[in-house]
Design a protein around this ligand. Structure first.
Ligand SMILES: O=C1O[C@H](COP(=O)(O)O)[C@@H](O)[C@H](O)[C@H]1O
Length: 262
């Protein structure tokens, strides 16, 4: 069962999100010396920056070792990397450019800028798969990449990454990354990690804040129909590995049991 955390406001959420991300970082670094994370766009980069750019408590556990981070994108829009719609552009502006030099710089894996204007995003998706394979699949036998942490958002229709309700990409079983040509939310062309990749991660966290997320959270957590929405499917298949970081405005009226701290 996923954990649904609800905090009074975004500032208190950011403190707990920091703790959660750094616990995952520390576990990954002690296991394999690198922290491989996939991030989303939308409202997430702003909240993530609030969490990670805050001063630490001075303990050894509370330090972001950015030079050991490899940042990938859970989904990306097929636009130039300096376009305001680009998730890369967003995370660069919100977080990367503001990391103090003494914390080091992460290695970031953007999409291939040479293919963002292709009519068909399939090549863009395949090139991103190749990048993932270079990172994760030292052996051909590796069937799926194992991210240490995937950070997700949720749209008002229940989409997550660029996996939209009723779209065939949601049923993808083999590919790691898929192209999307008809996103109902602009821009229409995108790439996205697939559900098997997302739910194979060590830890998966959604960040959903504000009253605008209230109705979709109720659907996802309190209705059977919500389990078949993209974000509901992450809950079903990711189960205990999934945590939701929400504020009270987003969880108002949700009956599913809520937790107040990690
Ligand atoms: O289009 C997208 O939307 C989702 C949700 O965004 P939010 O602004 O409602 O948080 C986001 O997670 C995804 O990365 C993005 O491409």
């Amino acid at each position: 069962m996923p954990s649904l955390y609800s905090f009074p406001d975004v500032d208190s959420l950011a403190k707990q999100l920091r703790k959660y991300v750094l616990i995952n970082q520390n576990t990954a670094l002690s296991r394999h010396g690198v922290f491989r994370i996939a991030v989303s766009g939308g409202s997430l980069p702003n909240t993530l920056a609030k969490a990670l750019l805050a001063p630490g408590d001075g303990s050894a556990e509370d330090v972001a070792h950015f030079s050991k981070w490899e940042i990938f994108f859970a989904d990306e829009r097929a636009v130039p990397l300096d376009h305001p719609d680009s998730n890369y552009h967003l995370i660069k502006e919100e977080l990367m450019e503001k990391i103090p030099a003494n914390l080091g710089a992460p290695t970031v894996h953007p999409i291939d800028a040479g293919h963002v204007l292709d009519d068909d995003p399939t090549e863009l998706a395949d090139l991103y798969t190749e990048d993932l394979k270079r990172t994760f699949a030292a052996k051909d036998s590796v069937k799926l990449p194992v991210f240490d942490l995937i950070l997700l958002g949720v749209g008002p229709d229940g989409h997550t990454c660029s996996l939209f309700p009723g779209h065939p990409q949601l049923r993808e079983k083999d590919a790691w990354v898929v192209g999307v040509v008809d996103s109902p939310k602009p821009p229409p062309k995108r790439i996205s990690l697939t559900l098997p990749v997302v739910t194979h991660a060590v830890s998966i966290a959604f960040v959903a804040t504000g009253g605008g997320k209230k109705d979709i959270l109720k659907r996802i957590f309190d209705t059977d129909e919500g389990h078949s929405l993209p974000s509901g499917l992450v809950n079903v298949h990711g189960a205990d590995k999934v945590s939701w970081f929400s504020d009270d405005a987003a969880t108002e009226g949700v009956s599913f049991p809520k937790r107040a701290s990690l």
